[in-house]
Design a protein around this ligand. Sequence first.
Ligand code: VY7
Length: 168
Amino acid sequence: MNVGLIWAQTPDCVIGADNAIPWRLPEDTAHFKAATLGHPVVMGRKTWISLPPRFRPLVGRRNIVVTRDPEWATEGAERAGSIAEALELAAASSPRAAPTGTAWVIGGGEIYRAALEHATMLSVTEVEATVDGDVYAPAVDASWTVSEDTGWQSSTSGLRYRIRRYTR
Ligand code: VY7
């Protein structure tokens, strides 16, 4: 199973503020949905909470939530005690994950940093916004190369953005 991380960030690497994404970019929401649909998604408990209740679990995807709390349980999601456990669950029984499919790690900051060592794919949306944030994207080091790049596009929201895929 391949592991991919998917996030959207500003040029300053901000991905979140007050447990939300501090911009609206419909094109990125569509990209996120298309990329992850049919695949298991792994997220931290805070990211789960950040989803508006009507959108959780994310439909058409196996939702795996990482938390250290052994008592945590909720309708529509599976609990994992660590990233490693979440990836084992994802590999075990999702038709589009095991053995050659992809599990997508969808956030947030702490989970990206812990999952990065397992990943061979990144999908990074850069949003040309200036915002104050409190959660940051993980560092993308020299082990990664850009394999796809949409180039700068104009969103209907007025913001410019580009979507890059990295592989290693
Ligand atoms: C997270 C939402 C947050 C707030 C309101 C609605 C990239 C994104 C994420 C995560 C964008 C979100 C939503 C949007 C997705 C819908 C359900 C409603 C769906 C990420 N590049 N972009 N994100 N939802 N990890 N990476 O907007 O979700 O997929 O069904």
